[in-house]
Design a protein around this ligand. Structure first.
Ligand code: SAM
Length: 473
């Protein structure tokens, strides 16, 4: 392919000053097709589940060396697959799996993903939290935040807030709040040239020089949001040193309380040594590994870390219709999960407009910020002919642990059962051949043990409640 002259000159300089990095094959790698990957959900699958699913979908492919739950799939692999709709895996370019692996979110941590859409890394972070702690996933573009919302909903991550904000506003509202921050920065996108021809066009128009100051501002905002002892992972999909090693060395120059956390050798990842402007930082190089170009560095702020308490929801004064709506939402959850489930008893449900939510933190913390979604959306209160009714949200099904769903309320369809496709297309399905299911009320429909969505039983058929916008066309 034709590569921009400025880029070719920049890379000549790069390999000229890093004699330890092999150059041969670098330019040719842009004429190769690139790799396609899927990353399995850490919360919905374990190793044996992944093997079964790979066998089901007919892909016996290699693991991605730098991601514990990542696999390669062939170019023709399609996401018109029920496991995708159940949030069992996320399609992700293999190199893009590295930053969240390096961040290594632990249950209970409070984590900010500052540049989160469409959400591949945010979903991984949320899965690693295992329902404990908090994920704040921010996207500055409202249009792009819609894809982030959909992907987080599909992953079933309930302990999350999705923001549509400028990083400076988050810094002003939440100084010293986060244990860890991921900055998967907007960049000149040189690593994407081989798969996205638009990236070359946009590079020729803007180039790295316009984006370097933007990255600097994002880093400064992250510095304010991060607590003492906290960690930042900074990543880009470009080779340009000014956006990578140079950007972070300058940041550490301004803030000497930060140091690089060097990671032990990760197969397939080039670990920058002493000739680099930033020893301990990492690169994935397309001629040396099975992935697009990527940069990633892990830095820590000095100081003793204290626990962040994301608080608990406060009990608001409710109107009569809202109280009734909450009662109906609880009845719905009780019907699926049993009346003594944690989802019903551990925290009070909250109302926003006509929506009923379960928010396991104090959302007033985000009061001055533009919220796209907070916590788990259970459903909507509707008034019809003077009566208060409740319409459940389909997204709740994706965040439920199948083990907790009552046996008579879970319809498990084996992978390959044609009723799955019909359900995902919005059709009514029959439950013939499935025993032990109640005769009326709400049910969860799933592929094997992975919930896909809701339905309503009526005799031997299930009325489809799968949202139009989510349907498989
Ligand atoms: N982390 C995402 C993922 O894994 O799916 C990909 C993020 S993409 C590389 C960078 C994101 O930064 C884009 O969604 C873009 O809209 C956002 N962005 C652009 N300018 C920004 C700014 N000034 N502050 C914060 N984010 C910005």
């Amino acid at each position: 392919m034709r590569l921009p002259d400025i880029f070719l000159k920049e890379m000549q300089g790069f390999f000229g000053s890093h004699k330890d990095i092999p150059e041969e094959g670098f330019i040719d790698s842009f004429d190769e097709p690139g790799y396609k990957g899927i990353r399995f959900s850490q919360s919905k699958t374990d190793v044996s589940d992944r093997e079964k699913i790979l066998a089901d979908i007919g892909e016996h492919t290699d693991k991605v060396d730098w991601c514990s739950c990542g696999y390669y799939v062939p170019e023709e692999f399609s996401n018109r697959n029920p496991y995708y709709h159940a949030g069992v895996y996320y399609p992700q370019e293999p190199s893009a799996m590295l930053p969240a692996e390096v961040l290594d979110a632990k249950p209970g941590e409070v984590i900010l993903d500052l540049c989160a859409a469409p959400g591949g890394k945010a979903c991984r972070i949320g899965e690693d939290l295992q329902g404990k702690g908090l994920l704040v996933a921010n996207e500055i573009s409202f249009e792009r935040s819609k894809a982030l919302l959909r992907n987080i909903e599909r992953s079933g991550i309930a302990n999350s807030v999705i923001l549509n904000e400028n990083p400076d506003n988050i810094a002003a509202s939440l100084p010293g709040f986060f244990d860890k921050i991921l900055i998967d920065a907007p960049c000149s996108g040189e690593g994407m040239f081989r798969r996205d021809h638009q990236a070359v066009k946009s590079y020729e128009e803007y180039g790295p020089s316009k984006i370097v100051p933007v990255q600097k501002d994002i880093l400064e905002a992250a510095h304010i949001c991060l607590k003492d002892g906290g960690e930042i992972v900074y990543s880009t999909c470009t080779f340009c040193e000014d956006e990578n090693e140079g950007q972070i060395s300058a940041f550490i120059g301004r803030h000497p309380e930060y140091e690089v956390i060097a990671h032990p050798e990760i197969k397939g990842v080039w670990h920058n040594g002493e000739t680099s402007a930033l020893p301990g930082s990492m690169r994935i190089l397309p001629h040396l590994a099975k992935g697009d170009g990527h940069f990633c560095v892990h830095i820590r702020k000095a100081g003793a870390s204290t626990d962040t308490d994301p608080g608990m929801p406060s009990k608001d004064k409710l109107k009569a219709t809202e109280r009734k709506g909450i009662e109906l939402a609880k009845a719905f959850l009780g019907e699926l999960l049993g009346d003594d489930s944690d989802e019903l008893t551990d925290i009070p449900l909250t109302i926003h407009g006509t929506g009923v939510f379960r928010i396991p933190f104090d959302e007033k913390l985000f009061g001055r910020l533009k919220i796209v979604k907070t916590g788990l959306y259970i459903g909507d209160i509707r008034i019809s002919a003077g009566k208060t009714l409740f319409a459940p949200s389909n997204s709740i099904a994706l965040s439920l642990d199948t083990e907790k769903i009552r046996k008579d309320s879970y319809i498990s369809l084996a992978y390959g059962d044609e009723r799955i496709t019909r359900y995902l297309k919005g059709e009514t399905i029959s439950i013939s051949g499935i025993s032990g299911i109640k005769s009326s009320g709400y049910v969860v429909i799933g592929v094997d043990k992975y919930p896909l969505g809701l339905g309503k039983i009526s005799g031997s058929s299930v009325k489809n409640l799968y949202p139009k916008a989510w349907r498989m066309m």
